[in-house]
Structure formats: C-alpha cells, structure tokens
Design a protein around this ligand. Structure first.
Ligand code: IPE
Ligand code: IPE
Ligand code: MG
Length: 246
C-alpha cells in the first residue's frame, strides 16, 4: 500500500530541499521606507532570522545557510561595517541558548581575518562549539564570506599540500576542491533564496550553488515570514531538476 503523503500547507515533506541558502537582502530599504537609519533595518532583520529558522525546522530542512556579511560589504561606511560585525556577534550571543534548545547546530563559513575583532571571532567559535552535538538542523552563518575568496582559499590549501608532496596534482578533482572549502560537510545548495527583489548571486556559495534552484522574492528581509519560506519551497517543488539529463 502506498504511504500517505505527509504534507504541511501543500508542501510534500518527503521532497523538502535539504539545503536552503538565503541572501537576506533589503534591510536598508526597509529602514529608509520608515525614515530610520540603515542599522534599524539590520536590527529588525533578527526576528526575520528567527522566523526563517522556525519555518525551516517545521519543514525538516537539514541545512539553512544565511549570508550575514560578505567580503564585499567592507565597502560600506566604517560605521555600518562596525555595526554589522558587532551585530552578528550580538545576534549569536542573544540567540544561541534558544537555538541550542531547538537542536540547532551552528557553523561559520568565511575568512577568519584580523579585521574581525578577536572577541567577535571567539564568541562565534564558542557558539559553534556549544552546539556541535546538535543534529536537527545545521544553521551556517556566512560571515566575512565570499564565494570567490572561498575557492581561492581552497586552491591555496591544495597548492600548499601539492608543494609539500602530500597531494598529487593529477588527483585534484571536484571532490578534492569541495573537501578543501570552509565547511566540507556543507552539502550542495538545493534552494537559493534572495529577498528584496534583486536578482543576483552577489558572490554567495558559488561552488555549492552550481545546480541550485533560484528563488527571488519581492519581500524586504525584515518582513520575511514563515509563509515566504513556504512559498519558496512550494515553488521549488514545482520545478523539475534535471542536472543535465534529458
Ligand atoms: C542586507 O540588507 C544586509 C546586509 C547586506 C548585511 P542591505 O543592507 O543590503 O539592505 P539594502 O539592500 O541596502 O536595502
Ligand atoms: C549580499 O547583499 C550580502 C549579504 C546579504 C550579506 P548586498 O546587499 O551586499 O549585495 P549587493 O551589493 O546588492 O550585490
Ligand atoms: Mg543589499
């Protein structure tokens, strides 16, 4: 007898994307519409993160990756950069107990440079350690992250191993590169979501998104709700993924 389909609001729970990656965009515009400083938009984005995470947990998504700060975001004003760096740290500190209680494992991908205050790095690392044993969902924060920087860093590592004689260059294949990325356990992206209506990748998860389904939503990030994630997943389930096959 066929198993009855398990669904929530029209979503087939047996075909949920395993890895959802989100470009949380539109905080500045959200704030401007209200006559507020851009930082107020970033602050308001925190509740949207909580809603996105709860929706992902409800559907049984196993990996949720959020773009918090890109390698290009250093081009913003020093005040906004400082706010974003500290805000990511404060966010992690404010929320980690709640995430831990929900069975969420936290990870960080990105360049661990000196430009990021040591305290910020330490607090993020601590949250990663604290939640390392959780298995329900992996929440990866892309922080000082760039897709090209990630590939450059991976290639450097492989080149260093080759120079030491530990790696035969002929054995460098897609698997070897994938294993040299910031988090070798991060699976390929199934569903790539960007809010704010912009339709671009902005250097996010370039390697991992090679065959992702793209969804561009017209909502500004602070207004993102459970229903928006559900809409994106329903859209994903209407797509036909081919991976090159006919
Ligand atoms: C996304 O919102 C947050 C980050 C990039 C950190 P923006 O700050 O890019 O908001 P817009 O695009 O200017 O509206
Ligand atoms: C991408 O958004 C980076 C993050 C959301 C952290 P941006 O707002 O920085 O991207 P662009 O500049 O519009 O491409
Ligand atoms: Mg933006």
């Amino acid at each position: 007898m066929p198993r009855p389909r398990r669904t929530i609001d029209g979503i087939d729970l047996d075909r949920v994307p395993r890895h959802v990656a989100i470009v949380m965009d539109g905080n500045g515009r959200w704030a401007r519409q209200r006559g507020l400083p851009r930082t107020a938009g970033h602050r308001a984005g925190e509740e949207a993160v909580a809603r996105a995470l709860d929706a992902a947990l409800e559907l049984g998504v196993s990996h949720l990756t959020l773009y918090a700060f890109s390698t290009e975001n250093w081009r913003r004003s020093p005040a906004e950069v400082r706010f974003l760096l500290n805000d990511t740290e404060r966010f992690v500190l404010r929320r980690r107990d709640e995430f831990h209680a929900k069975g969420v494992r936290m990870r960080w991908i990105g360049r661990r440079e000196r430009r990021i205050p040591a305290r910020v790095r330490r607090n993020i690392d601590e949250s990663v350690e604290m939640t390392a044993g959780n298995r329900r969902l992996t929440l990866t924060v892309a922080f000082n992250y760039g897709g090209r920087a990630e590939i450059v860093d991976a290639v450097r590592r492989l080149a260093a191993a080759a120079r030491e004689g530990a790696l035969d260059p002929r054995r460098i294949d897609e698997r070897a590169i994938a294993r040299a990325l910031y988090d070798p356990d991060l699976p390929d992206v199934d569903l790539f979501v960007r809010t704010s209506g912009e339709q671009r990748i902005s250097n996010y998860l370039l390697w991992q998104s090679a065959y992702a389904e793209l969804a561009f939503l017209p909502v500004l990030w602070p207004d993102f709700s459970r229903e928006h994630l559900f809409d994106a997943v329903r859209e994903y389930q209407r797509r036909e993924r081919r991976f090159g096959r006919a």
